[in-house]
Design a protein around this ligand. Structure first.
Ligand code: C5P
Length: 403
């Protein structure tokens, strides 16, 4: 995205406030952003907010009232490497599809020689209306990229179709467009991954678990798959699983199930990535029936250790197999990490520190340090999106010739 010139078009939808986040993501990635707003958009978000984030004054009118100077939509259309309209209302989509150039934004679209992306935002009925459908079909047939929210995310079940894609998703679509398709550097490689939390049963309705969302594992699996690797993805219970023809998901619940699933493919992988937050203990004898409070009063549970999946597979690994582990420490010391690496026969450890703001469970960003056993090196990565952390981890694996 560095140095790319982006026209960010904003129209009058309640989702307009999210375009401030998109503008920030683009600027942070090194893009030059020129915001063009429709008159209605200014009712939803102040132009000053956007010009403060992006630099240049926001454009909205054909003529500047004070100076009488003309805002050239033609120049803008030629200047841009891409135009992204987010949010795009039914009205703007309709005008675009029919050449109704009654504001600077639609006029700029008509003059634009660069690829155009739209992120529709409207309520369900407007989205389902044949008029909107026809506009989108027409625009798509002309090569306009339609960015819709990813299916399967929790929010889309709650809000439904018509909700604007999240700024991060829009940003990623643009990033992918400019980066081009990933190089298939990992074709022929077979990877075993563990991800997510494990649930250890107490009784039929209760379990011991942890806060892991599986987002980091999902991002790594998707990155590996995009580069051509085949991934067996053994996952504990999570909200959102990776999707790719190259990823085979094996869903499990407990650490023991996860261990068995991993053992069954122990001879079949070249690289294993142990990303799961496996419960260290399980209940010795889970109850078959729901434990009733009246029956037990104070309750204590007998806990016994779970298998350490990475350590057990570490004992079995062949000279050709590479193992990568994760460590989450609240007070990280590199000696402890290096010790863990040798104890579990790991070739690389990715250390998360919960002390860093924006790192760890649930959040979409992470800050990690990568240790490797090959030359004892450490690489400190800055705070990044989990997707970019995943890229950096896989890059490091390639650099160290693990893969
Ligand atoms: O010892 P610690 O739990 O910090 O080690 C973390 C690493 O070991 C992670 O890669 C994790 O996925 C793996 N692990 C495992 N099985 C366990 C515990 C941890 O595979 N029972």
């Amino acid at each position: 995205m560095k140095g790319k010139k982006i026209v960010l078009g904003i129209t009058g939808s309640i989702a307009a406030y999210k375009s401030a986040v998109l503008a920030r993501l683009l600027v942070k990635a090194g893009a030059e952003v020129q915001v063009v707003m429709t008159p209605a958009a200014k009712e939803f978000i102040a132009p000053l907010t956007l010009s403060t984030l992006t630099g240049p004054a926001v454009l909205s009118e054909f003529f500047e009232e004070r100076s009488g100077s003309w805002n050239s939509h033609v120049d803008l259309g030629v200047w841009a490497d891409a135009m992204v309209i987010a949010p795009a209302t039914a009205s703007t989509l309709g005008k675009m599809a029919n050449g109704i150039a009654d504001n600077l934004l639609v006029t700029t679209y008509l003059s634009c020689r660069a690829p155009v992306f739209v992120a529709p935002a409207m309520d369900l009925d407007m989205f389902a209306h044949p008029s909107t459908k026809r506009s989108l079909e027409t625009l798509a047939s002309w090569g306009v990229h339609i960015i819709e929210p990813k299916e399967g995310e929790l929010a889309s079940h709650l809000v439904g179709k018509g909700r604007m894609a999240e700024p991060e998703e829009i940003f990623q679509t643009l990033e992918k467009y400019f980066d081009g398709p990933a190089k298939k550097t990992l074709e022929g490689l077979s990877v075993l991954m563990t991800s997510g939390p494990t649930y250890e049963k107490i009784d039929p309705v209760r379990f011991i678990g942890n806060y892991s969302s599986g987002k980091m594992g999902k991002a790594i699996a998707e990155e590996l798959a995009e580069r051509g690797a085949k991934v067996t993805f053994v996952s504990g219970p999570v909200e959102s699983l990776p999707k790719s023809d190259n990823i085979h998901v094996v869903s499990v619940e407990s650490a023991e199930e996860m261990y068995r699933a991993c053992l069954s493919v122990r001879d079949e992988y070249d690289v294993a990535v142990f990303c799961a937050a496996v419960a260290d203990y399980r209940v010795a004898t889970p109850n078959d029936h729901k434990i009733k409070r009246e029956q037990v009063g104070a309750l204590s549970l007998d806990l016994i250790p779970n298998p350490d999946i990475s350590a057990e597979l570490g004992k079995l690994k062949s000279a050709k197999q590479w193992h990568i582990g994760f460590a989450l420490e609240t007070n990280a010391e590199s000696e402890a990490v290096i010790d863990k690496m040798s104890r579990k026969h790991l070739d690389m450890i990715v250390l998360n520190s919960l002390q860093n703001e924006g790192a760890g469970f649930k959040v979409d960003t992470n800050k990690v340090t990568i240790f490797d056993a090959l030359n004892g090196g450490t690489v400190d990565l800055p705070l990044m999106s989990k997707r970019n952390v995943a890229k950096a981890i896989v890059d490091r694996m390639e650099e160290l010739r693990f893969i």
